[in-house]
Design a protein. Structure first.
Length: 256
């Protein structure tokens, strides 16, 4: 049963279905007028919400905690001259470059440290590594983090406003019901936000690819993506990134 669940959440489409069902069952739970229907929906929603919490922790909370812990063990190395030049060309600035064992990504922290997994540094050519950094710099140049925050705020209030008039059954007593419904509502809001932010994140990733191709070359960003993505995941999107093949299709359409 446990292995089947882990296999289930490996699929983006199935995770997206889970997020949608969490939101839908919560709305139905507060909308149906009959107590028996509400009681049945409560247990269905509770099971879906538990699955969502586990999935969310696995795909969002755990990776960020791991990143935070690994970043403290990173080895700071001198920033190559060509990367310094790339920064100036793109109008961005980083404070340091760290190589981190066990890290499977390249990212820029809020305090402008570039973290790169050691295996990534070893797998890519200099031009490919430059293209990957150009992609990360593009996020910084385009202020994508700020755009995500600005778009998150109004989206966050959609469920809060629209769900404020929902009616829920009293279970055991009012205090217990209030605590349980608050927890379920918070998780449902997170599920709603994941669904709504997914296309926005995809658009920002494609824009970063376009900028990276401009500064580091189309072929370099394409070959870097192919090297960094396992073959069995080339067609698989995630909540934050389109599939690698979809990204490559968009890059190939760009003019030289």
């Amino acid at each position: 049963m446990r292995s089947e669940f882990w296999n289930f959440i490996k699929s983006f489409n199935k995770r997206l279905l889970l997020y949608t069902m969490v939101v839908t069952t919560f709305v139905f739970l507060g909308s149906f007028p009959y107590f028996l229907f509400k009681l049945i929906l409560f247990f269905v929603h509770l099971a879906l919400n538990i699955m969502f919490m586990v999935t969310y922790s696995r795909h969002f909370i755990y990776p960020n905690i791991k990143l935070l812990l690994l970043s403290r063990k990173g080895l700071e190395i001198p920033v190559p001259e060509e990367i310094v030049k790339l920064q100036k060309e793109m109008g961005v600035r980083i404070k340091s470059l760290k190589v981190v064992d066990g890290l499977n990504t390249v990212c820029i922290t809020l305090w402008k440290e570039v973290l790169v997994g050691r295996w990534i540094l070893e797998a890519l050519t200099r031009d490919e590594f430059k293209a990957v950094l150009a992609h990360e710099f593009a996020h910084q140049k385009g202020k994508h983090t700020i755009w995500r925050v600005l778009l998150t705020i109004p989206l966050f209030f959609i469920p809060i406003f629209s769900w404020s008039n929902l009616c829920f059954p009293i279970l055991i007593n009012r205090l217990f019901t209030q605590v349980i419904i608050t927890i379920l509502a918070c998780a449902s809001i997170f599920a709603f936000m994941v669904v709504m932010m997914t296309p926005i994140d995809w658009i920002l990733e494609l824009k970063a690819d376009k900028t990276a191709a401009k500064y580091a070359g189309k072929e370099n960003i394409k070959s870097a993506l192919l090297k960094l993505t396992p073959k069995e995941r080339l067609e698989q999107p995630t909540e934050t990134h389109p599939s690698t093949m979809e990204r490559i299709k968009h890059i190939e359409k760009l003019s030289n």
